[in-house]
Design a protein around this ligand. Structure first.
Ligand code: BTN
Length: 252
């Protein structure tokens, strides 16, 4: 049987100086990350797993996680509060890293989904545990297959899924390790209050509209300096989306 990608990525991360542990099947790497943080660990550390039986997505969704995908969580501790704009910064860092690794068509669906050809390749879940002063940033990347396809069809916006293997002949281990290093870099930059490169992130956005978010709708104008999504309405008014899920109007 071939070596699990999570194990190879873990080895590469350790060689790159990022402490990383490799686990077999887990409930969720987020839960494992919290358990490790509670026991004491490096300020930045990655936990990877072969598969998850209780993988979590954003907005209370399930992330189906069989073998053949990449599942990892970055542990950041101690953290007193999640830095402003963290979610979109991390999403942008993931997309940037994938583009640099050759997935040139990767785009950012605000705030932190990565799409290729209108299909979801990678999702990010940031969770903060104040009592443990622990921030966890989980990454799920479809590598060999698109296990959550049926679920994805039910997602807001009706997104199908894509996988790395279906997109080209990439060095999958380097790509996944690069993504986790980029996530760590984005967390560091956000914690240090570094400026956010709005133009770069705007150049990665998935759409120029029309979209809706809750009661707001309009054409995607871009992000503001805090990473909020700006929508231009019919009369030229600008609405600002701070949280939540964006739907592409043309996909309804
Ligand atoms: C989403 O797009 O809804 C976010 C998906 C995040 C999935 C990853 S897989 C590794 C980590 N562990 C989890 O339980 N979830 C995240």
């Amino acid at each position: 049987m071939s070596r699990p990608i999570a194990e190879s990525v873990c080895d590469l991360l350790n060689r790159l100086g990022m402490p990383a542990v490799f686990l077999g099947e887990v409930g969720s790497t987020q839960d494992e990350g919290l358990r490790i943080a509670r026991g004491g660990c490096s300020p930045r550390m990655v936990v990877t797993a072969v598969s998850q039986v209780a993988g979590r997505g954003r907005q209370g969704r399930v992330w189906i996680s069989p073998q053949g995908g990449f599942y990892a969580s970055l542990i950041a501790c101690p953290v007193d509060e999640p830095p402003a704009g963290l979610t979109v910064r991390v999403g942008a860092a993931v997309v940037d890293s994938l583009r640099r690794g050759g997935v040139t068509e990767a785009v950012l669906k605000w705030p932190n989904d990565c799409l290729v050809g209108g299909r979801k390749l990678c999702g990010v879940l940031a969770e903060f545990f104040p009592r443990d002063r622990c921030l966890l940033v989980g990454v799920g990347l479809n590598v060999e297959q698109v296990p959550h396809l049926d679920l994805a069809r039910e997602l807001p916006g009706g997104y199908d899924a894509s996988c790395l293997a279906g997109l080209g002949d990439f060095d999958q281990v380097e790509l996944c390790a690069g993504v986790m290093m980029a996530v760590s870099g984005a967390v560091d930059a956000a914690m240090a209050g570094e400026d956010f490169d709005v133009d770069l992130v705007n150049s990665m956005l998935w759409s120029t509209g029309p979209v809706s978010a809750g009661s707001l709708s309009g054409m995607v104008e871009g992000l503001d300096a805090s990473g909020r999504l700006l929508l231009r309405g019919h009369e030229g008014t600008i609405a600002c989306v701070e949280f939540g899920e964006v739907r592409d109007a043309c996909r309804h």
